[in-house]
Design a protein around this ligand. Structure first.
Ligand code: 5CA
Length: 441
């Protein structure tokens, strides 16, 4: 990508309304723009990251055996009246009346709608287990939207729903999603910690939140110190294996959100338990027959008995994750994208656009990278050198290749590692060797 062709509206000043790093940096680097309180437009850089996060999440959902669908944002109130949640959901739900005086709502979640899809088509245990998921915008009229995409009113969520014939198989589905969550956060370069959690308006008897440790996080959590450094799963998972021992290993550590914290539940000495803050990036629920009973979503079981299906639901905060990744990966100069989700891997910076020699080296490097890995942004604009360097640090691609008149003189070009700040002076062939050693796409 040529930066001269890319809409990147950088802000020079720190926006006054933003309090935490991710919000400041997302506004400054032109990733998002507020449209109204808690509602944002996603500009090109933000959209690329949101799509990458969504793709990683969707891929793991499919690896775990679930099917992608897409349900609408607007839902009929009738279904919510059937489940009994229409009144219960309170002021967070945005209610809409159409021209025929029918009650609609902008979905804050999709248990009812997915149950309606299920009950229309599935009648027998023979078609189970089934997990359906989609990535769709949600609306919750939060009392205090804040911290940018962290607590929005409109936000993107991946939500999955499992259907099983009995309790035992529904726990197998819950375990699959538990492990899929550990995998997908890892694939985004994040360390998420599963914690016992409250079920709130979704309901159920078993629930875990997935928390990224961060001082700016809104969740207060209590956990065993050793859990933070626990490596857990490595490599790929076979989702058809018995996953219970792996889930048991994770849940053997004490880790609970504030609502679920109970000092009586751990017996070792208090020193091992720390109180910390974190960002809730995912939340999974097992609620059995809570929705299927009132909504008559029944299946015939092995004995030919017609019973309400067992369900769970599983949410990932996709738009919140963009903020969470930045909270976990930034310094005072800007964002430091983890390689897993960086929009491009290399940033070529031409310190003197218009100078024949600088232009030639940069465009040769750009052509080479386009051809060999196609993950490169070239700053070919006419900005001042200082502004270009600051912009490159702000948008945080893993490697910068800085070409200026001094480099041309010595035939040595700066290769800067954004994370460590280290700069190596490399000749043109050494640069190519470096690119090849990375063997990207
Ligand atoms: N139906 C269930 C699971 S599919 C559900 O709605 N769960 S939830 O309420 O916990 O939301 C799932 C995830 O969405 C949360 O873990 C969080 O990461 C994200 N989320 C929830 N509310 C917001 C919000 N206001 N702004 C941004 N992300 C949010």
């Amino acid at each position: 990508m040529l930066l001269s062709n890319f809409f990147l509206p950088i802000l020079k000043e720190n926006p006054k309304e933003a309090e935490i790093a991710s919000h400041i940096l997302m506004l400054r680097s032109g990733m998002i723009q507020q449209s109204s309180s808690g509602i944002y437009s996603w500009l090109p850089l933000g959209k690329i990251i949101l799509d990458k996060i969504t793709a990683i999440c969707n891929t793991e959902m499919i690896n775990a055996g679930s099917n992608e669908i897409l349900m609408p944002t607007l839902q009929s109130a009738e279904l919510w009246k059937e489940s009994g949640r229409y009144e219960d959901y309170g002021k967070e739900m945005l209610r809409i009346v159409d021209r025929n005086q029918r009650d609609l709502l902008y979905g804050p979640t999709n248990e009812e709608l997915v149950t309606e899809i299920f009950r229309t088509h599935i009648k027998s245990y023979k078609e189970l287990p089934l997990i359906l998921f989609h990535s769709q915008w949600k609306f919750r009229d939060e009392l205090r939207p804040r911290f940018g995409v962290m607590r929005g009113r409109e936000f993107l969520m991946k939500d999955a729903y499992s259907f099983d014939v009995d309790y035992v198989s529904s726990i197998i589905s819950y375990n699959k999603m538990f492990i899929a969550y550990m995998q997908l956060f890892k694939k985004m370069g994040l360390k998420a910690i599963p914690m016992k959690a409250d079920t709130g308006p979704i309901g159920g008897d078993l629930s875990h939140e997935f928390i990224i440790m961060a001082e700016t996080g809104e969740s207060e959590v209590y956990l065993e110190k050793d859990f933070i450094n626990f490596e857990g799963l490595s490599g790929n998972v076979n989702y058809n294996d018995n996953l219970q021992p792996i889930v048991d290993k994770y849940t053997s550590f004490y880790a609970a959100t504030e609502e679920k914290h109970n000092p009586e539940n751990f017996n070792n000495n208090d020193n091992h338990i720390i109180k910390a803050r974190g960002i809730e990036v995912g939340h999974i629920f097992h609620f059995g027959q809570k929705y299927s009973t009132p909504m008559n979503a029944n299946v015939n079981n092995y004995e030919g008995k017609n019973i309400p299906v067992y369900m769970g639901s599983y949410g990932v905060g996709l738009s919140r994750l963009v903020g969470a990744v930045i909270e976990a990966n930034h310094d005072k100069s800007g964002i430091i994208w983890p390689k897993e989700i960086t929009p491009w891997y290399y940033n070529i910076i031409n310190l003197k656009s218009g100078d024949d020699q600088c232009d030639k080296i940069c465009s040769d490097l750009y052509s080479y990278l386009r051809k060999n890995c196609n993950t490169v942004l070239y700053d070919d604009t006419n900005d001042r050198a200082g502004a270009k360097l600051a912009k490159a640090d702000l948008i945080g691609l893993p490697y910068q290749i800085i070409v200026g008149p001094n480099g041309i003189k010595d035939q040595l070009y700066d290769l800067k590692n954004r994370k460590s700040g280290e700069i190596h002076k490399l000749s043109y062939p050494e640069l190519l060797n470096f690119f090849n050693s990375k063997s990207l796409r």
